[in-house]
Design a protein around this ligand. Structure first.
Ligand code: 5AD
Ligand code: SF4
Length: 422
């Protein structure tokens, strides 16, 4: 989501005559786009801003700004914590950026604009995209779920769905410009259009009809809102890829309750089982947090049990960190850092073995790949992704980047597959 926001801001600035600098050294304006989902990212951000003091000394006219979730959460306080900052731009104020930068260049003032966190974004379509054949498309902003550990509802505001006609128009345009794959983005795509007489499956059906685009992906699905109807659409709509990102967070009902996730392990596994029945070749990936307040070894064992039962193709794993004003901050962060590290390693090792088994079963099988890159040292080493979002490495001509090829899988590791063009 942040990558898409950076690209959007780059687009609106380029439409006003700005150009992309090759490096920070040659830039006149540097904008940090920030994530505050975990504390680590926030600390790294402020240390990176601080690192610019030498450059600022050499180029006193340099404008340094902060956008994204940390900007929204800190507002004026970011100017205090980072004296080098000229401006702070909240998550709803991105379209104000050209004006903010213009004012600073004119008056050399420091500015904070963070008053539009709950507003719908202006439907402007800057043409600029970082990539030429696959890209992100935001279908909505914000989140109403208030999982107890999560800062997102506070910094991204309440859930707002973009109008379907604007999304369709954007994707139609991308298709006519040669894009082959879109990734639809929302904090909870399955609640798209709720209360507005439409829903996510209807949106998928509309996008599936568009010419040009050949692959449609989406993330993230909340288990309380993902449905059999969605899985059937994934099966029946030819362009929708067979990959579901379904964050589990914990395999313990007690912890899930404390997390305010609104489903039980039984609900989750039933959902995963329906998915497997409807899409036997489909992949499921997940997010898991270890070390949530009061988590015991028994809770962790339950998480491991669910991981094995669900058979995740991959998992993003995180150590819990308190994110004020998220509600879990009221609970004592009582799992030590050492224990969090140990638990993280435990589940990463388990996941590694699960993925190894799943991927080994693909050896000898054919797969359709969208080639997405070639090696910088050896441009004949290509990489691409299957419809199930697995990375495949294989030999081929660099001009295949951005095109579809058929490969046969020759070998597998937990993280990637090796293939041969057929
Ligand atoms: N601590 C650790 N991980 C978190 N996530 C969200 N908030 C926190 C937190 N406070 C993780 C969740 C979410 C992913 C994007 O980040 O697993 O799904
Ligand atoms: Fe955060 Fe929960 Fe919303 Fe995801 S669904 S963004 S974890 S509050």
């Amino acid at each position: 989501m942040n990558m898409r926001d950076s690209e959007y801001v780059m687009g609106i600035l380029m439409d006003r005559g700005f150009r992309k600098a090759k490096s920070a050294d040659e830039a006149d304006v540097i904008i940090f786009n920030s994530c505050s989902v975990r504390k680590h990212a926030e600390d790294k951000l402020f240390s990176n801003i601080g690192d610019l003091w030498k450059l600022k000394k050499r180029k006193p006219g340099l404008v340094i700004g902060l956008m994204g979730c940390t900007a929204q959460s800190y507002k004026d306080a970011a100017l205090e914590r980072a004296p080098l900052l000229d401006f702070v731009c909240g998550t709803g104020n991105e379209s104000d950026l050209p004006a903010i930068i213009g004012d600073i260049l004119k008056d050399r003032c420091r500015m904070v604009a963070a008053d539009k966190v709950n507003e719908k974004k202006h439907e402007i379509f800057p043409a600029y995209r970082d990539e030429t054949f696959k890209t992100f498309v935001s279908i909505g902003e914000g989140c109403n779920n208030f999982c107890s550990y999560c800062i997102v509802p506070y910094v991204r505001g309440k859930e707002r769905s973009r109008d379907a006609k604007d999304i369709i128009r954007e994707i139609d345009d991308l298709g006519s410009r040669g894009f082959k794959e879109v990734m639809l983005l929302g904090q909870n795509v399955n609640s798209y259009g709720r209360g507005e007489g439409t829903d996510f499956v209807k949106l998928l059906c509309e996008i599936n009809k568009l010419k040009g685009i050949e692959r449609i992906r989406f993330m993230t699905s909340h288990p309380k809102d993902a449905s059999i109807k969605l899985f059937e659409a994934m099966r029946d709509l030819d362009k929708v890829c067979e990959h579901l990102h379904l964050p589990l967070q914990s395999g313990s009902d007690r912890i899930l309750k404390l997390m305010n996730r609104k489903y039980t392990v039984k609900d989750y596994l039933k959902l995963a089982e329906s998915y497997r029945k409807i899409l036997p070749q489909g992949a499921i990936t997940t997010d898991i947090i270890v070390g949530f307040p009061s988590e015991t070894e028994k809770d962790l064992k339950e998480t491991v049990k669910v991981m094995k039962a669900a058979g995740f193709d991959s998992a993003y794993t995180f150590k819990y960190s308190p994110r004020p004003p998220a509600r879990s901050c009221k609970l004592k962060d009582n799992v030590s850092e050492a224990l969090k590290d140990k638990r993280l390693k435990t589940i990463m090792d388990i996941q590694c073995r699960i993925a190894e088994d799943i991927n080994a079963r693909l050896i000898g099988q054919p797969a359709g790949i969208l080639v997405d890159g070639c090696g910088s040292k050896d441009p004949r080493k290509l990489t691409g992704r299957t419809r199930t979002n697995k990375v495949v490495v294989f030999d081929g001509r660099p001009d295949l980047v951005g095109k579809f090829v058929d490969v046969k899988i020759l070998s597998a590791t937990p993280y990637a597959l090796k293939g041969k063009i057929v």
